[in-house]
Design a binder for this molecule. Structure first.
Ligand code: ADQ
Length: 486
C-alpha cells in the first residue's frame, strides 16, 4: 500500500493547520489556523524538498472533507463525530491524559469507554498516515492525543521512519502508573524511532516508566525493549531514542512584527487607554488550571490589599484565552477566576484606576505583540507547563532593554531561561516578593537579564527546534527496514 502513496514527509496532529471560514455570501474558504505548531511546521515545510502531507481533524464534527492541497502541502482530513469528539478529545485527551500529565492538579477521570474511543481514533489516524506515506517516508506525529499512532503505523509500515514529539510534560512514573492503560500507551510510543520531549526530565520520566511498566532497559537516551508479550501493538525487539528537544518560537518573525510602526503605535495607544500607569503587569494564558492563574491573582490581590502596590500606579492585565469550555474543570475555573477578579476590583479599584483588566478573548498576533511591548512585568506562573511559549514571545517582543519576566520554575521554559525572575507559584509570599523585585529592580539589572534571555531565544528558535528534531530522528538507533508491508 505504501509504495503507491506520494508523500515522503507526513505530519500527524490532532488538528489540521487550517480553519474553515464561512463568508457572508455563504461560501467557505480555508484559512491558516493561528498557533505555534503551524508556524513551526511551516518553516520545516518551506525547506522540505519533497512532497509533504498533514493528517488531522478539520475542526468540525461529521463527515470529513475530501483531501485537498494548500500551497505545497497536501491536507488529509480525519473525520470525528460529535460523540467521538466528546470521548476521544474532550474526554480521554483533555480530562484523562491532560491532568495526569500535569501533576494531577485536578484528578484525572478514567472511563473505559473513553479509552475504547481513543484507541479507535488513533487507529483511524494511523490508517490515514499509512495511506499517504510514500515508501521510506518520514512521519512526524504530534502530542498526547496520538500516542498509539507510532506503533499502529510501525505495525503496517516498517519501511517508514517515525518520530513523535510531546508538547506537554511526561509525568513521573509514580503518577503515570495510575493510568489503567499505561502499558498500551508505552507500547504505542515505542513504535517510534525517536521520541522528542520538552525537557531532559520528561525524557527520563518516560524511560523510567518503560523500565517499571514494561521491564525495558535504558542506557542514556536509548531505550531497549524486548517487545515480548502478547499485546498486538508489541512484536520484535526495539531500540528507541528519547531525548529533549525544547520547542521555540519564530523569533525573527516576531521581532519584525514587534518593530513595525503599526504595533508600536498600538502599544502606545494601549498604554494611554490604561491612563499611562507607572507599571503595567501582564498575564497571558489559555484559561487552564495548569497555568496558575488563581495563584497569580491571589498574590496580586494581596499586594493590592496590603498596600504594597496601588491601582493608581500599577495595572494588571490578564488575558485568558477561552479554552475547553465543555470540560467541567475548565468551567469551574472560569467561574473562580472571574469571581476573584470581581472581588479584587470591587475592593481596591476606584474610578479612573482599575486594578485588574480581565480579557477573556483571543487576539491577532499584532495585538499580542503590542501587549507584550506594553508589559513592564510579565507574570508567567504555571503549576506545570510543557514549555510555555509566551515567555519566549515576551522577551523577543520586548527588545528595548526594558521589561522583566517572572517565570515559574515548573515550566519547561525555566530550564532554558534561568535569568528570569524564577518563582514557585505555590509559595504566595515568595511570589509576592518576586513580583515586587521585578517591578523595582534597577533598570540595568533588568536589561542584563532580558538581554541574556533574548539571546537564548534567538539562538534556539523554532527552526533550530525542527532541525534538531529531524536530526534526532535521522540518527535514531534503529534504521528502518526496507520494503513495505501492506
Ligand atoms: P499551550 O498550553 O497552548 O501549548 P503556550 O506554550 O503558552 O501554551 O502557547 C500559547 C500560544 O497561544 C502562544 O503562542 C500565545 O501567544 C498564544 N495565545 C495565548 N493567548 C492568546 C490570546 N488571547 N490570543 C491570541 N493568542 C494567544 C502547549 C503546551 C505548552 C507548549 C506548547 C508548544 O501546553 O507547554 O509550550 O504546547 O509546545
Amino acid at each position: 500500500m505504501g509504495s503507491s502513496a506520494r508523500y515522503d514527509f507526513v505530519i500527524a496532529a490532532n488538528r489540521l493547520p487550517v480553519d474553515q471560514h464561512t463568508n457572508p455570501d455563504g461560501s467557505t474558504e480555508w484559512r491558516t489556523a493561528p498557533g505555534g505548531l503551524v508556524t513551526a511546521m511551516d518553516s520545516v515545510m518551506r525547506s522540505w524538498e519533497g512532497n509533504a502531507a498533514w493528517v488531522g481533524w478539520a475542526g468540525f464534527p461529521g463527515e470529513a472533507p475530501e483531501p485537498f492541497d494548500e500551497g505545497k502541502l497536501r491536507l488529509h482530513p480525519v473525520p470525528l463525530s460529535t460523540k467521538e469528539l466528546s470521548d476521544y478529545y474532550e474526554g480521554f485527551s483533555n480530562d484523562t491524559l491532560w491532568p495526569l500529565y500535569h501533576d494531577v492538579i485536578v484528578p484525572p477521570t478514567f472511563h473505559r469507554s473513553w479509552w475504547t474511543c481513543y484507541r479507535e481514533i488513533n487507529q483511524r489516524f494511523a490508517e490515514a498516515v499509512c495511506e499517504v506515506a510514500a515508501e521510506g517516508a518520514t512521519v512526524w506525529i504530534h502530542d498526547y492525543q496520538l500516542q498509539l499512532v507510532p506503533a499502529l503505523v510501525r505495525d503496517r509500515r516498517p519501511d517508514v521512519r517515525i518520530g513523535w514529539f510531546n508538547h506537554i510534560p511526561f509525568p513521573p512514573v509514580e503518577l503515570f502508573a495510575q493510568l489503567p492503560w499505561r502499558s498500551s500507551i508505552l507500547r504505542g510510543l515505542l513504535g517510534a524511532d525517536f521520541l522528542g520531549f520538552q525537557r531532559p526530565d520528561d525524557a527520563r520520566n518516560f524511560g523510567r516508566s518503560c523500565r517499571a511498566v514494561l521491564g525495558a532497559t535504558t542506557k542514556g537516551e536509548k531505550i531497549e525493549w524486548s517487545g515480548a508479550d502478547d499485546d498486538r501493538l508489541g512484536g520484535a525487539p526495539r531500540t528507541v531514542r528519547a531525548a529533549a528537544v525544547p520547542i521555540s518560537i519564530d523569533a525573527v518573525g516576531l521581532r519584525e512584527l514587534a518593530d513595525s510602526e503599526a504595533v508600536q503605535e498600538r502599544a502606545e495607544e494601549i498604554r494611554a487607554s490604561l491612563g499611562n500607569p507607572d507599571v503595567v503587569v501582564l498575564g497571558v494564558d489559555r484559561l487552564d488550571y495548569t497555568k496558575g492563574i488563581r495563584h497569580r491573582l491571589r498574590a496580586i490581590g494581596e499586594l493590592y490589599d496590603d498596600g504594597s502596590i496601588s491601582p493608581d500606579e500599577v495595572t494588571f492585565i490578564q488575558v485568558a484565552t477561552p479554552s475547553r469550555e465543555r470540560v467541567e474543570a475548565y468551567r469551574t475555573l472560569r467561574e473562580q477566576i472571574e469571581g476573584t477578579v470581581g472581588r479584587i476590583n470591587g475592593d481596591v479599584s476606584h474610578l479612573g484606576a482599575t486594578a485588574i483588566h480581565y480579557l477573556h478573548q483571543s487576539y491577532p498576533r499584532e495585538e499580542m505583540a503590542a501587549l507584550y511591548q506594553v508589559a513592564d512585568v510579565m507574570l508567567i506562573t504555571p503549576l506545570r507547563d510543557g514549555m510555555n511559549l509566551v515567555a519566549k514571545e515576551y522577551v523577543t517582543a520586548r527588545h528595548d532593554g526594558k521589561g522583566a519576566l517572572v517565570l515559574s520554575e515548573f515550566t519547561g521554559a525555566a530550564q532554558e531561561m534561568p535569568q528570569a525572575y524564577l518563582c514557585n507559584p505555590h509559595d504566595i509570599t515568595g511570589l509576592k516578593e518576586t513580583i515586587l523585585r521585578a517591578i523595582s529592580d534597577e533598570p540595568a539589572e533588568k536589561e542584563r537579564r532580558m538581554k541574556a534571555l533574548r539571546r537564548r531565544v534567538r539562538k534556539h528558535d523554532v527552526q533550530t527546534w525542527a532541525q534538531d528534531f529531524l536530526n534526532g530522528l535521522e540518527s535514531a538507533p534503529e534504521r528502518p527496514r526496507s520494503g513495505a508491508r501492506g
